[in-house]
Ligand binder design. Structure first.
Ligand SMILES: O=C(O)[C@@H](O)C(=O)COP(=O)(O)O
Ligand SMILES: [Zn+2]
Length: 216
């Protein structure tokens, strides 16, 4: 198998795994990954993560022209904004994962630092997560909002909608977005119970030890 064939299989396998575990339902979510030639493979619009077909993924050339496959997700401006501002981005994933959406609707949600500091892995894999306001699905202004972050965040939360995470590769992006959802779940589970989170010192040691992007 060529490496593009492998990548097609991997995108569909990881998407199905997330779908099967209830991380995004129906035809929600979208996923994209860089191909070895510098192009992109993208989930087609209106498709379910549970039933992506490797042969029908939308394929873009390195200049951003659609070459073949089904019509791409309507969130292309959002995905492109990550690739254009983060040279390290090799994949981007968006989910409609319940607990992170619930956390985004809390009146005291922290727009600059969306996830409470509860566990180390979230800090290591996501850095500081930006909460963006609500946009209509498909609104290119979401891409503009991500561009406004100048590549300093690998993960954003779209209020009342869902998380979007960029990673070095498809597996890293999926691992990171799952961590975002798990942390949001912990935050919702322990809400009002005064959980003992990580101290500022713990966060500082994590950031230094694991070379975490922790821009304000
Ligand atoms: O919420 C939406 O409509 C999109 O962000 C989404 O998740 C699915 O849209 P497509 O990727 O165009 O199917
Ligand atoms: Zn969506």
């Amino acid at each position: 198998m060529t490496s593009e064939t492998n990548l097609r299989e991997q995108i569909c396998l990881l998407a199905k795994s997330m779908f099967d575990r209830g991380l995004t339902g129906g035809s929600t979510g979208n996923i994209s990954a860089r191909t070895p030639d510098g192009g992109l493979l993208v989930s087609p619009t209106g498709t379910s993560f549970g039933r992506l077909d490797p042969a029908r993924l939308s394929r873009f050339d390195p200049a951003g022209a659609l070459i073949d496959g089904d019509p791409p997700t309507k969130e292309m401006p959002l995905h492109s904004a990550f690739y254009d501002t983060r040279t390290t981005a090799g994949a981007v994933v968006h989910l409609h994962s319940c607990h992170s959406v619930a956390l985004s609707m809390m009146p005291d949600a922290n727009a600059d630092d969306f996830l409470p500091r509860l566990t180390p892995y979230a800090i290591m894999k996501l850095g500081r997560v930006k909460l963006l306001p609500f946009f209509l699905p498909g609104d290119p202004a979401m891409g503009d909002a991500v561009r406004g972050l100048a590549g300093k965040r690998s993960a954003v939360m779209l209020a009342n909608h869902g998380p979007v995470v960029a990673g070095k590769g498809i597996e890293a992006a999926c691992n990171a977005i799952e961590e975002l959802e798990d942390t949001a779940r912990l935050a919702m589970m322990t809400r009002g119970l005064s959980p003992l989170g990580l101290s500022d010192g713990d966060v500082e040691r994590l950031v230094t030890t694991f070379d975490v992007e922790w821009e304000a």
